[in-house]
Ligand binder design. Structure first.
Ligand SMILES: [Zn+2]
Length: 342
């Protein structure tokens, strides 16, 4: 890294550390976002995003949201990314710090945060889905793949622990891990994502469906009346981590024979009332990762019930009234896989 970049990074970290110590991690993340909005690195202030809810005709507690986000379609062009692979680390990995300076011409700075067990860099997303859309990338270049499939990846229990550790410090936000073939767009480097809950729109559809699912003691509750099978734990952070970690290791052993086809979304947030943590585990089939007739990937936000549309075709369908509750339910149902079999 150049001395100038090193200094800018270090100055920002000193400043954000003081913000975090004074008013918490959410304030530090908001400040990181403000910094990159002002610099122009974040290309979308989300003013163009349209969000609509579609309710079940007979039951207003069942609904999905659609977000039409035209800027999102540009994200694979990157934000001024250059591809200087010949002088970069790990084949130009977008989440390795040595490459970030080159690829983003020094415009992106990260904030180092600890999960308790390891270090991460919080990085703003140039094409956000929601306010405070932060990528929490491992400081080390380790794979996104979980340990069930790649011994170099973190175990599912460790992924849950780190997701809960960050969520516990981010009230009003949702932290998620998208497994490989379950929405992860950068499979080579471990990362979580964090988003703020959308303004005035209340909980996500999965959160509403999980309200009476149990999961406060012992094993997980199972979310009913939702197109995806989801296990849920609720309670104090340490208790949720202990129960869920224990469960997922045994789940892996029970499902050994189909594990090669499985990935997952892991989602954690502070409970809506602020008391404790809610943690979701949604297994995903690698052979059914892309629903028919839908242009996007199904990642953590879609699993929560907010479907991101970004193509002109999607917009035309939305405007023509061709999207309703049942269309959205079918999109999610088409990637559902059972938590247990046999
Ligand atoms: Zn990397």
């Amino acid at each position: 890294m150049t001395p100038d970049y090193e200094k800018a990074w270090s100055d920002l970290n000193v400043r954000l550390r003081a913000v975090e110590q004074g008013s918490g991690l959410v304030s530090a993340m908001q400040e990181l976002e403000t910094f990159h909005l002002r610099s122009g690195f974040i290309r979308d202030d989300l003013q163009d995003v349209e969000r609509r809810a579609f309710y079940h005709p007979d039951d207003r507690t069942r609904f999905f949201r659609v977000q039409y986000n035209p800027r999102r379609a540009q994200r694979f062009a990157g934000s001024g990314r250059s591809h200087e692979r010949h002088i970069s680390s790990n084949d130009g990995c977008f989440l390795c710090r040595d490459n970030i300076e080159l690829q983003q011409q020094g415009n992106q700075l990260g904030y180092q945060i600890e999960s308790g067990d390891r270090s991460y860099f919080a990085l703003t997303n140039p094409f956000p889905l929601l306010p405070v859309h932060i990528v929490i990338a491992s400081r080390e270049h380790i794979p996104q793949e979980w340990g069930f499939r790649d011994p170099a990846g973190l175990g599912a229990d460790v992924l849950m622990r780190d997701a809960v550790a960050f969520a516990d410090r981010m009230p009003g936000h949702v932290v998620f891990y998208n497994g490989v073939d379950a929405g992860a767009s950068i499979p080579r480097h471990l990362h979580f994502q964090c988003v703020a809950r959308p303004g005035n729109e209340g909980p996500f559809p999965l959160e509403v469906a999980a309200e009476d699912a149990g999961g406060q003691v012992d094993g997980p509750g199972m979310v009913a009346r939702y197109p995806l099978e989801a296990a849920v734990w609720k309670g104090p952070a340490a208790d949720v981590t202990a129960r869920a970690s224990d469960w997922v290791v045994r789940w892996g052993a029970r499902n050994r024979r189909r594990l090669d086809d499985l990935s997952a979304n892991i989602i954690a947030s502070r409970a809506q009332d602020g008391e404790g943590i809610v943690l979701y585990f949604v297994p995903r089939s690698r052979s059914h990762q892309r629903p028919a007739g839908f242009s996007g990937l199904i990642g953590g936000l879609e699993v929560l019930g907010e479907i991101v549309l970004s193509s002109p075709d999607d917009k035309a369908r939305l405007d023509a009234g061709a999207i309703d509750y049942f269309v959205l339910e079918a999109i999610l149902a088409s990637v559902s896989t059972p938590i247990e079999t046999g």
